[in-house]
Ligand binder design. Structure first.
Ligand code: F0G
Length: 470
């Protein structure tokens, strides 16, 4: 018999969370235009909106914060962080930023521009937005076989090498400003990327003289999958695996709010001196001097410690297995999930769960709202609310899949919190009322999901549909 998955920590300080009533939550949600991004966190019981900046720091990190050196230039905390990151990445030039998208804006602002292309396994939404903001084009290249939501592939996050080569040939290598490999592949189920795949991309980059950029927010989680799924790495430590992968890249952008185990912080690292000078100048212009980049000394101290802790075997094993705990149980219950379960989140296929809600009526949003009203659980649509597009004539192109992401903050929730989430899903699965879809009342010009407002469409009665769907 397998043993209970136990958190490898004890709780020393508690943060109370408020239990509210369903009626209260219904009202709170209506006031936000049915967009949980606009809720007050006090009105949320279990917050699975994101794993970004929402983790709990360790006692060593908190102790490090007290030791933070707040000097404007050359702070000890910066030197500690720089040393740690150089050792991890093997990159000579390391710049601190306040978070990942600042690194993106600086790097892509320099490399991008009209007529330039970036090719990726999948660009994260802020990555894409920062690239497009320069006038450049961001292209995602996932293989067809990875699109099948229910088939098991060990490295479903890999880029499609064939399309990569053909895209370089058709667009012209001189127009490719960089290849961005996102590990794990956040917008694609948090699926891992294999070492072999990054090695193959490196060979292409060398041959075509193209820059290889690693978006490594979740590089430690990715290393876990490599050790356990890719042959040849069984005896490697998680950190050694990450070190090897980072050394394949020319540049490394990191939102430390994930595997840096901190609440704020980012990094921009590279091998090339000339590029580092341009980035440094941009950093100083908008973020801060190159030895703090918009961070307090204590933030950098906590990051230096977090980047080491995240590779501890007990932590990583608990982290990946606790995400799988939620995903596997949902699947056993008949809730369609992206399979296999990724590192930081479970992705529920709301299109399959609520087949009576059409993509332009946002089935993902219906699930997001139901989870909140029923259980006080906050999640996010990563389907058509995030990626669907209306053209000028009002025609709608839906997202590939109507997914809802349940992201697990690091070291925050215990197994009983997750069991509660499972209880709420069970109720949703068994409910006999038909959920309605949504219509957009307001949307901003980009990154719609943050501030969009909806109204509810009246539920339709569909013959032969007896409830929540499959
Ligand atoms: N790249 C990836 C793969 C990310 O997941 C994120 C953030 C970023 C870049 C940007 O970093 O937020 O520090 O500016 N992802 C968060 C999420 C927001 O919820 O997945 P940031």
């Amino acid at each position: 018999m397998s043993r209970t998955l136990v958190e490898p920590f004890r709780i020393k300080m508690v943060e109370p969370v408020r239990v509210t009533t369903e009626a209260y939550r219904e009202e709170a949600l209506r006031n936000t235009g049915f967009n949980p991004f606009l809720l007050n966190s006090d009105d949320v019981f279990i917050d699975l909106l994101t794993d970004s900046g929402t983790g709990a720091m360790s006692q060593a990190q908190w102790a490090g914060m007290i030791m933070g050196d707040e000097s404007y230039a050359g702070a000890r905390s910066w030197l500690d962080l720089e040393k740690e990151v150089k050792d991890l990445s093997g990159m000579e030039y390391v710049l601190p930023t306040h978070q990942g998208r600042a690194s993106e804006r600086i790097l892509f602002g320099i490399l991008g521009g009209k007529g330039k292309y970036f090719l990726s396994n999948t660009h994260f939404d802020t990555t894409r937005a920062n690239i497009e903001n320069t006038g450049a084009t961001a292209i995602d290249l996932m293989p067809e076989e990875s699109m099948e939501p229910d088939t098991y592939l060990p490295f479903k996050g890999n880029i499609d090498l064939k399309s990569l080569v053909s895209s370089i040939n058709s667009l012209g290598k001189e127009n490719i400003a960089g290849i961005v490999i996102t590990v794990t592949n956040n917008s694609f189920g948090g699926q891992p990327v294999s070492m072999a795949s990054v090695e193959a991309v490196r060979v292409i980059c060398d041959r075509e003289n193209i820059l290889l950029i690693l978006d490594g927010c979740r590089i430690a989680e990715n290393s876990y999958f490599i050790k356990h799924r890719e042959s040849g790495y069984e005896e490697w430590s998680y950190r050694e695996i990450a070190q090897k992968m980072l050394r394949l890249a020319d540049a490394f952008i990191l939102s430390a709010k994930k595997d840096g185990l901190v609440n704020i912080g980012g990094l921009l690292c590279m091998k090339d001196y000339a590029l580092s000078l341009k980035c440094t100048n941009q950093l100083i212009l908008s973020e801060g001097f190159s030895t703090y980049g918009g961070l307090a000394g204590r933030d950098m101290q906590a990051m230096a410690i977090g980047l080491r802790e995240v590779f501890e075997p007990d932590y990583l094993e608990y982290r990946i297995k606790s995400t799988a705990y939620l995903g596997e149980r949902l699947r056993n219950m008949g809730i369609p999930v992206l399979w296999p379960i990724g590192g930081h989140a479970v992705y529920v296929d709301a299109g399959q769960l609520f087949p009576h809600i059409l993509p332009h009526e946002f089935p993902g949003q219906a699930l997001v709202c139901e989870l909140y009203v029923r259980g006080g659980i906050r999640s996010v649509d990563v389907g058509s609310v995030m990626f669907g597009k209306f053209d000028s004539e009002g025609n709608f192109t839906p997202a590939r899949k109507e997914l809802v992401r349940l992201a697990i903050p690091r070291r925050v929730y215990t197994q009983s919190h997750i069991d509660y989430v499972l209880d709420i899903f069970k109720e949703i699965k068994e409910m006999d009322q038909i959920l309605s879809g949504f219509k957009i009342l307001y949307e901003p010009p980009f990154l719609r999901h943050f501030t969009v407002r909806f109204e509810k469409i009246n539920p339709k009665i569909i013959e032969g549909n007896d409830g929540a769907g499959t």
